[in-house]
Design a protein around this ligand. Structure first.
Ligand SMILES: NC(=O)c1ccc[n+]([C@@H]2O[C@H](COP(=O)([O-])OP(=O)(O)OC[C@H]3O[C@@H](n4cnc5c(N)ncnc54)[C@H](O)[C@@H]3O)[C@@H](O)[C@H]2O)c1
Ligand SMILES: [Zn+2]
Ligand SMILES: [Zn+2]
Length: 365
């Protein structure tokens, strides 16, 4: 089979690799029908995530078809269409039992394209299949559910729910990349009074307005704190969501928020940021951090099924899986290409031919 393999900082290629097989009775092998690239994959390629060993297949977001299941798998069967999400759950550890799958200590959590081979491939081995994948309702297309594999639950759980957005809130969202835009989209489920998008790139701010932000502020030229104060009668934002991952934007969020408000950090940080406790201690501010758990995936799936949520607008570019190297070039040059999410499709999806499931699927006893 073919897969996009990480070969160390700055190096990746579409290679022939050994076929995915069942290694544990709880595994499934899934044929990847659609996958996508995440900002985190770019972090890995920069060498920012040293746990990823050269030779690992990248990718942690996919929709696919179950080809084979291990003897212990009972909830899915060959032929089922499934969402394979960035987070895997052992279903047994303390954290999985509490719904904190991102913190799984039983071998799950974020493992695809990180600690084990990932999903930018023709096939993938999926551990803990029963407790980790989601069956895709027949009526929904791959595009409708693909972004539930990461950006939608991340923005919703770590941004909107951790930030406890309630009706009427002024929500300031710093960063209007895929995560910030998904935060705008999912904050709207809670009817905020006003969403203020803050970014350095005008093209991203235009997108933010399309996605439902009410006010766009370019903090390269404008004073974002003064703008938010003006909009809120001098109070500040009820909720500030950090969706960039650099010290300045975290510190900005702690200044945008009103006394008694909430700062929800979503960004992945590589450097220490300053927490100004000398100013914050008296302001009753709540600050949250987190890795996505994906425990809201079933809820988001229902909203998509009900026509209340449409993440298909994230798909700006489309490639076949075999063109994944070119897809990385386009995604990593987002400033010029204006890419939000690139969709990589298996040949049978791209050409519109029906997959030959019957011929290929088989169960492992
Ligand atoms: N916590 C989690 O579970 C989780 C999961 C996935 C991604 N993330 C993280 O979320 C963050 C956002 O992801 P993304 O894919 O949207 O990233 P992205 O790089 O595509 O977007 C970041 C946006 O921030 C803007 N920006 C950069 N510096 C800025 C500044 N000083 N002020 C205002 N805006 C600025 C950029 O113009 C860009 O539009 C990343 O750090 C990513 O690693 C976290
Ligand atoms: Zn990701
Ligand atoms: Zn677990």
């Amino acid at each position: 089979m073919k897969a996009l393999v990480y070969h160390g900082p700055g190096q990746r290629s579409w290679d022939s690799v050994p076929d995915s097989t069942i290694l544990d009775p709880a595994d499934a092998v899934v044929r990847i029908d659609s996958t996508t690239i995440c900002g985190t994959d770019l972090h890995i390629l920069k060498g920012d995530v040293p746990e990823v060993r050269p030779g690992t297949v990248l990718g942690h977001e996919a929709v696919g078809t179950v080809m084979e299941v291990g003897a212990a798998v009972t909830a899915i069967a060959p032929g089922d269409r499934v969402l394979v999400s960035c987070i895997t759950s052992c279903g047994r550890c303390r954290y999985c039992k509490e719904g904190h799958y991102g913190l799984c200590t039983g071998g799950g959590g974020w493992i695809f394209g990180h600690l084990i081979d990932g999903l930018q491939a023709e096939y993938a081995r999926v551990p803990f299949a029963d407790t980790s994948v989601y069956k895709v309702p027949e009526a929904l297309t791959d595009d409708q559910v693909l972004f539930l594999a990461d950006i939608m639950p991340t923005a919703y759980e770590v941004g909107v729910l951790n930030g406890r957005v309630v009706p009427g809130d002024t929500v300031a969202i710093v960063g209007a990349g895929p995560i910030g835009l998904a935060a705008i989209m999912t904050a709207r489920l809670h009817t905020p009074g006003r969403i203020v998008a803050i970014d350095l790139a005008d093209s991203r701010l235009e997108k933010a307005l399309e996605f439902g932000a009410d006010v766009a502020v370019n903090n390269g030229g404008d004073d974002a704190i003064a703008r938010v104060q003006d909009l809120t009668g001098g109070e500040g934002a009820d909720v500030a969501i950090e969706a960039v991952g650099v010290p300045e934007t975290f510190e900005l969020c702690t200044e945008l928020v009103r006394p008694g408000g909430r700062v929800a950090n979503v960004g992945v940080h590589g450097h220490s940021a300053t927490l100004h406790l000398e100013r914050l201690w008296i302001r009753d501010v709540m600050i949250t951090t987190g890795l996505v758990d994906t425990n809201t995936t079933p809820r988001l799936l229902k909203l998509i099924e009900g026509g209340r949520l449409d993440p298909t607008v994230f798909a700006t570019h489309r490639f076949s899986l075999a063109e994944s190297e070119g897809a990385y070039d386009v995604f990593s040059a987002a400033a010029e290409t204006h890419a939000l999410k690139v969709v990589l499709e298996a040949a049978h999806v791209a050409s519109g031919t029906a997959p030959e499931r019957e011929r290929q699927v088989s169960a492992t006893a």
